[in-house]
Design a binder for this molecule. Structure first.
Ligand code: SF4
Length: 446
């Protein structure tokens, strides 16, 4: 995914190009705010920019090539505009800090994930001291400087509560590029949430690689449920979501808190990654198929209206037909509202990349298609249950295809299309659902 924030300033303009996950989108929103505070105006047009920052991802194998391709395109621009500053931030910057300058001489700075707060001082150094190739990739095991973000939508604010990961799933590069897991103290999280609520945001999304192991590295003995309970004491109307929890750390206490606290949305994204216990073991996920299904059963028993989504990797090395059938079986049994499904792709630097038994691409594609078809059927069935119901929708804005239609989300994270106008954007409205497609509900404000 690529997002472009366009900035324009009094004299200086900047463009931020973002690849990768929500954590990166979140970091880019912070960079945007930092630049605006330093008199930059964000613009989309790179030809019109004095500063181009590429926020990079390394989770998939092709991601680095994409970034190098984009940097290659910028070479001519740099030759034409001598004062143009080009910076690389994000996971590739952290992982390949030494390689980037060797491959791309026209990059001015490389900045690790923890160091985006240093952007103003770094720009000042480049502008005033004529230095080249600055590298700020240290302190990766510390919490980053506290920086507020300017999110595109004034509705949802994303707040990182943990950084890094200790899990070392065998396909994942994150622990190698984002360091060991550490948590933001509860009082700082609360302050940040209050900051965005005071600005009018209506939804708070807590982010972390493994949110429900929150508490690591803190002096106080607190866990994720303590944090959720504290947040829910804030006396304002808002929705609270979090992403992503790990099935192994999903406690009974957490299920109870989700059930009891109205502010916590009744939607859980619980990545399973594979339905086969053998594959889960090879992935180092720390749970079995049966344990995952038991957890889902407990959640559904306690919170019958819960909506569930997951992540699935198809075609992990050595995945047999039987192993794949286990994944198919889990999707059949759990009836997720939605699944984010991917074909396994090698990520150099991870144990899985060098495993024997890599699966043929055409086989992976066929398995993925089978799962997509099943999930589509399940999603449609889940959505049809909403027909005739009255739900609360947080209106987000006009749809890109038809500006007369507006879209919003229910507590369960269902997208609802409705007739509205600008005055409802950012508001909670009651909506009666009259139709349901595979991925979308249709409703009327009542
Ligand atoms: S839990 Fe596993 S997949 Fe998620 S970030 Fe950590 S190592 Fe990667």
């Amino acid at each position: 995914m690529q997002n472009i924030f366009a900035i324009k300033i009094m004299f200086k303009k900047a463009t931020i190009i973002t690849y990768g996950c929500q954590m990166n989108v979140n970091d880019s929103a912070k960079v945007k705010k930092i630049l605006e505070n330093n008199n930059y105006e964000i613009v989309n047009d790179i030809n019109n920019s004095n500063l181009i920052i590429i926020n990079t991802c390394t989770v998939r194998e092709g991601a680095a090539e994409k970034v190098y391709g984009k940097l290659g395109e910028l070479k001519h621009l740099k030759l034409r505009k001598k004062n143009l500053i080009i910076g690389v931030i994000g996971c590739l910057a952290q992982e390949k800090k030494d390689e980037i300058y060797k491959k791309v001489r026209h990059v001015d700075f490389v900045l690790g994930n923890q160091n985006i707060g240093k952007i103003p001082q770094l720009l000042e150094t480049i502008e005033n001291e004529d230095v080249k190739h600055i590298n700020y990739t240290y302190d990766e095991d510390k919490l980053p400087d506290k920086v507020y973000a300017d999110f595109d939508s004034k509705i949802t604010a994303y707040i990182s509560i943990t950084y890094g990961c200790n899990n070392f799933c065998t396909y994942c590069i994150v622990p190698y590029v984002r360091g060991r897991e550490r948590s933001v103290p509860i009082n700082e999280v609360i302050d940040e949430i209050n900051h965005y609520l005071d600005k009018g945001y209506k939804e708070i999304y807590l982010l972390g690689q493994n949110v429900n192991s929150y508490g690591k590295g803190l002096d106080e003995n607190v866990n994720f449920t303590d944090l959720l309970k504290e947040i829910c004491k804030i006396d304002k109307k808002f929705r609270l979501r979090f992403m992503s929890p790990h099935p192994r750390d999903f406690t009974d206490e957490l299920i109870e808190v989700i059930k009891n606290e109205d502010k916590i949305c009744k939607n859980i994204h619980l990545p399973i990654q594979a339905g086969s216990t053998d594959v889960l073991k090879m992935m180092n996920r720390g749970y079995t198929k049966e344990e995952y299904l038991y957890l889902i059963e407990k959640i559904k028993n306690k919170i019958p209206d819960i909506s569930l989504s997951t992540d699935i990797i198809v075609g992990f090395p050595n995945e047999t037909d039987n192993n794949f059938n286990d994944t198919f079986d889990v999707v059949e049994q759990v009836e997720f509202d939605n699944s984010y499904m991917f074909m396994y792709s090698k990520r150099q630097g991870t144990p899985a990349a060098t495993m024997d038994g890599q699966i043929d691409e055409s086989e992976k594609k066929a398995r993925l298609q089978k799962l997509i078809d099943l999930q589509a059927k399940k999603s449609k069935l889940q959505n049809e249950k909403y027909i005739g119901k009255i739900v609360e929708v947080l209106v987000e804005g006009p749809t890109p295809k038809n500006p007369e239609n507006y879209s919003g989300r229910t507590d369960e994270n269902k997208i609802v299309i409705l007739k509205s106008d600008q005055k409802n954007v950012g508001e909670f409205v009651k909506v009666k659902i009259y139709d349901a497609k595979t991925w979308t509900l249709y409703g009327k404000i009542i």
